[in-house]
Design a protein around this ligand. Structure first.
Ligand SMILES: NC(=O)c1ccc[n+]([C@@H]2O[C@H](COP(=O)([O-])OP(=O)(O)OC[C@H]3O[C@@H](n4cnc5c(N)ncnc54)[C@H](OP(=O)(O)O)[C@@H]3O)[C@@H](O)[C@H]2O)c1
Length: 340
């Protein structure tokens, strides 16, 4: 079977790269691989960083880590999957279960070292796939592999989040809103900080307990302490980096957990971590998650009937406009591509 596929590829390495459209002929899947018709993909902040990375050598590679689609062909030794199954790919194809390994990072999808998923068709190893829960559309499922799984690992796998605990998430992008939805469903009290009152209003409709505008109230750590009667937050998704870290440390409760996740304000965080010692608080480094984590995330989403927040859907011709929207940070939730 010969299949023609459209994709985007990085035009060049270094400097201000951009993306070019290409046509490819798909190969048949290998014995333990499947061929997937991609219906939807989604954008993460990482994809913006990868496009802008002046040190990368990504020319010719396909961007993006997150997609959802339907299996259209299976290799001769594939037992678990069949044509018609709806699947997502794990961000780390090699991280199936157990502890993370630095070796898994080499093949993370779409990060400028291996091909990603912004393509009509992709071939994937059967062990890297997760079944899509029936209550989600393919567009909704395409938002999960990076942002959803990161919030899940931070709060549930490493954070052991319990009902009644407090959680603070920074901003209203992909990871933050998954953090809000998952934690609220678990019965936690969630504070959302954002630059926009309008976005904070929407966060309340998703279950935010309290909201803080970090532009009009830049000392949001003090506000969070006041709102919790001086106790502080049990969990913080640290997404900002240099401009937010010291406040996260100030706002974390005794015994609390900061999930080290993001670099929204840069890579050179140098927080004073001494207060963590007196608070007996900890920092958990989080890097997306494993296939088994992803399955447990899907089970929770299904049990709680949670639908991811989609900001806007772009079609294949509008990929550059979608990157621009993410760069402008006007989005609320996930930016999705419809490739169907
Ligand atoms: N470690 C991992 O495994 C992992 C996985 C996924 C993502 N990440 C990282 O996590 C971060 C978020 O990723 P994403 O894809 O969710 O991003 P995103 O969807 O682009 O979210 C961006 C939003 O963050 C908020 N923000 C920006 N600066 C802020 C600040 N100083 N304080 C508080 N909020 C701020 C803004 O929300 P408002 O407009 O509401 O202010 C902005 O719209 C990125 O740094 C990304 O690289 C890491």
């Amino acid at each position: 079977m010969t299949i023609n596929s459209r994709s985007y590829r990085f035009a060049r390495s270094g400097g201000a790269s951009n993306l070019v459209r290409c046509n490819n002929t798909m190969l048949s899947p290998g014995p333990r691989e499947v061929l997937i018709r991609v219906s939807a993909a989604s954008l993460n902040y990482r994809d913006l960083l990868t496009l802008q990375d002046i040190n990368s050598n990504h020319e010719g590679l396909i961007p993006l880590s997150d997609c959802a689609g339907t299996i259209v062909d299976v290799g001769t030794e594939v037992a678990r999957w069949k044509e018609g199954d709806r699947v997502s790919l794990n961000f780390f194809p090699d991280w199936h279960d157990g502890a993370c390994s630095l070796a898994y990072l080499q093949r993370s999808l779409g990060g400028g070292q291996t091909n990603g998923v912004l393509s009509d068709f992709i071939v994937a190893e059967e062990t890297s796939l997760v079944e899509i829960t029936s209550h989600l559309t393919l567009s909704e499922a395409a938002t999960l592999p990076c942002a959803g799984l990161t919030a899940w690992q931070a709060l549930f796998e490493r954070g052991a989040l319990k009902a009644g605990e407090t959680v603070l998430v920074q901003g209203t992008g992909g990871v933050a809103l998954f953090g809000l939805q998952l934690a609220a469903a678990q019965g936690a009290q969630v504070i959302v900080i954002s630059s926009s009152d309008a976005k904070l209003e929407r966060a309340r409709t998703l279950g935010a307990w309290q909201t803080i505008n970090y532009c009009t109230q830049p000392e949001w750590d003090k506000v969070a302490l006041e709102l919790t009667d001086g106790k502080g937050m049990d969990h913080i998704l640290e997404l900002g980096g240099p401009e937010t870290y010291d406040r996260s440390i100030a706002a974390i409760a005794a015994g609390g957990r900061i999930a080290q996740i993001g670099v929204l304000t840069g890579f050179a965080s140098q927080p004073n971590i001494l207060p963590l010692q007196f608070k007996n608080a900890s920092i958990n480094g989080i890097c997306v998650g494993s296939v088994e984590h992803f399955k447990r995330l899907n089970d929770f989403l299904s049990d709680q009937q949670i639908h991811p927040v989609i900001d806007q859907v772009f079609d294949f011709d509008e990929v550059p406009a979608a990157y621009e929207r993410m760069k402008s940070a006007v989005h609320f939730g996930k930016i999705v591509f419809d490739l169907a």
